[in-house]
Design a protein around this ligand. Structure first.
Ligand SMILES: Cc1cc2nc3c(=O)[nH]c(=O)nc-3n(C[C@H](O)[C@H](O)[C@H](O)COP(=O)(O)O)c2cc1C
Length: 309
């Protein structure tokens, strides 16, 4: 399967605590070209730790869907990939996560310090796994060590099918702005598809970044939290120059139906319920009320009243 024969160039970025199976389907329904699970520990998968079961739920409706793995040991990542390769369309390796819990194990963005190790990971996966391998990176560890082009070339040599680049360094966290110049440089230095990522919150910004960088797709993370409808807004804007506003209530209930079907954990549902208030009048009050809820019925009651506010 060519994961790059996409219906849309706007892609749902992997997000821990956000991109559960229900949310991914919603993004897909509204036009996301590709969706990913959140990052999942290869070690936990291999040791069959129960906590990972809900993370690897998937369904036909969201295809093509990638599973994002992290790990510090090439054999273990291959083993984890083999466990899930029949359920997913591609495996993405996380080489960008800046969280201490991940980098202290030598995984995520820590791997950017050792590009040859990333190459070995990808070579092993390509050799032993029967679905495409992709990698998501940041542009470097800090502004003195911006090595995205070098890393991307090694990833391509190793046989990966695509690379996604978040245009920030690890040291930046989420501060400053994403450097789309480095993303463009990566795009012009490799043949495999490049997905750009960082600070795209509107259809206008999406078009600007796509036109300037010529990337094959753009991942959207924070801009999709509380608004998976952004994928429809983008495709409408590209084809007509206009787009309509999100109907928060409608989309929340659509999410809730899916969340029940996939038995999504209440705290995740509550997190989405809070996020879906984005842009609603008096949303601070609503968020406070939603924050106190203890079950789905309480959330529904609050959402039912939204129309009367
Ligand atoms: C809540 C949250 C969770 C995230 N979890 C992941 C993750 O599991 N894997 C990953 O590669 N990136 C993760 N990211 C990073 C995003 O995928 C993305 O690279 C980053 O937010 C920049 O894109 P944006 O400017 O569109 O938000 C996460 C970001 C957020 C806000």
């Amino acid at each position: 399967m060519n994961i790059f024969k996409l219906k849309g160039k706007a892609i749902l970025s992997p997000m821990a605590g956000v991109t559960d199976a229900a949310f991914r389907i919603l993004a897909k329904r509204y036009g996301a070209g590709l969706v990913y699970t959140e990052l999942i520990s290869s070690a936990a998968l291999v040791r069959a730790i129960n906590k990972t079961n809900y993370l690897i739920q998937t369904s036909e409706e969201e295809k093509p869907v990638g599973i994002q793995l992290f790990g510090n040991n090439a054999e273990e990542v291959v083993e984890a990939a083999k466990i899930v390769q029949d359920k997913f369309d591609f495996i993405d390796i996380n080489c960008g996560c800046p969280a201490w819990s991940v980098i202290r194990t030598g995984s995520g963005s820590e791997l950017l310090k050792n590009p040859e190790k990333i190459k070995i990971f990808v070579e092993n996966l390509v050799k032993n796994v029967n679905i495409p391998i992709t990698v998501k990176i940041r542009i470097g560890i800090n502004d003195k060590n911006i090595n995205a082009v070098k890393v991307a070339k090694l990833i391509e040599e190793a046989g990966a099918s695509a690379i996604a680049v978040h245009g920030r360094t690890r040291e930046q966290g989420y501060s400053g702005t994403a450097n789309w110049d480095v993303i463009s440089e990566v795009k012009s230095n490799v043949e495999i598809p490049v997905i750009g990522n960082g600070d795209v919150f509107t259809p206008e910004k999406f078009k600007e970044c796509l036109d300037k960088s010529k990337v094959d797709g753009i991942m959207i993370a924070r801009g999709a939290i509380g608004n998976p409808y952004i994928f429809k807004q983008i495709s409408d804007f590209i084809s007509t120059g206009k787009y309509s506003k999100l109907d928060n209530k409608k989309i929340f209930f659509e999410y809730l139906d899916l969340a029940k079907k996939f038995d999504i954990n209440f705290n995740l549902i509550k997190g989405h319920a809070i996020s879906f208030t984005k842009g609603i009048e008096k949303s601070t009050e609503l968020r406070n009320e939603l924050g106190k809820t203890k079950d789905i019925d309480e959330i529904i009651k609050i959402y039912d009243n939204i129309v009367n506010r």
